[in-house]
Design a binder for this molecule. Structure first.
Ligand code: CTP
Ligand code: CA
Length: 223
């Protein structure tokens, strides 16, 4: 009976998940990116779908995909494209999870042609990217929103700051202190913070971490 309840508890709910890195064009053949693989976002998508939800994943460049009938993936390259895709879906969802590692800056005007090698130094001029979570956080109504944070100092304080600034209901702090946690690893050690308190979990596989996050989301939503 517990199994039945758990598999049906998100029936009828729609979830938006951002996943993966973003790539910001320098010229037609080069970009600024990061080491995010999209594993966390796609693991969350599978778990939400297994609980009965319909999931829209907006993913930056990633080798991952899903065959689950309830998971629809929109592939994008840049932060601006990711924002545009998310804006088209956000008003329609019940839950939004911002798991993407969005590039904070992009080259202001990508070169039209491949940049030729010349001087000993090359300066790129970068401009700030839109903050997808903060932009959507400003216009949220019914949506329950979840953010991620990865910090190297003042972990809890910075995570709490992001929780408030981006109007999240929950923020998942990824701890880098433990071996095998973070980017490109299959395991994560997380602390989940909300406006009332926090709970810390053991080092686990990303799929198990996704299960824990979905459990907390359901509990906080009263589902
Ligand atoms: N995020 C986003 N759009 C951005 C930057 C971040 O949606 N342009 C989201 C991430 O997906 C994550 C949360 O905001 O859920 C926090 O991302 P993080 O990079 O830790 O925070 P920043 O606000 O970018 O601050 P900083 O990198 O300086 O710590
Ligand atoms: Ca950032």
């Amino acid at each position: 009976e517990e199994h039945f309840t758990k598999t049906q508890r998100l029936a009828g709910k729609k979830v938006l998940i951002t996943a993966g890195p973003t790539h910001e064009a320098i010229d037609p053949v080069r970009f600024i990116g990061n080491h995010s693989t999209g594993k966390m976002g796609f693991a969350l998508a599978e778990r939400f779908a297994s609980q009965g939800a319909t999931v829209e994943v907006v993913s930056g460049p990633s080798t991952l995909s899903s065959t689950h009938a309830a998971i629809h993936v929109t592939k994008v390259h840049s932060a601006e494209e990711m924002l545009e895709a998310c804006e088209a879906k956000f008003d329609n969802v019940d839950i939004a999870v911002f798991a993407a590692a969005v590039a904070d800056y992009r080259p202001d005007t990508p070169a039209q042609e491949k940049i030729k090698k010349s001087n000993n130094t090359l300066t790129l001029h970068l401009v700030k990217n839109p903050d997808i979570a903060a932009t959507l956080g400003k216009r949220k109504k019914k949506q329950f929103t979840v953010g991620f944070a990865l910090e190297t100092t003042n972990e809890i304080a910075y995570a709490k700051e992001k929780l408030h600034k981006k109007n999240f209901n929950l923020i998942v702090l990824n701890s880098l202190k433990d071996q095998g946690a973070g980017f490109a690893h299959d395991t994560n050690k997380i602390t989940i913070l909300d406006h009332d308190g926090s709970s810390t979990f053991d080092l686990k596989s990303k799929q198990e971490v996704a299960n824990d996050i979905v459990d907390v989301v359901c509990k906080k939503m009263g589902l």
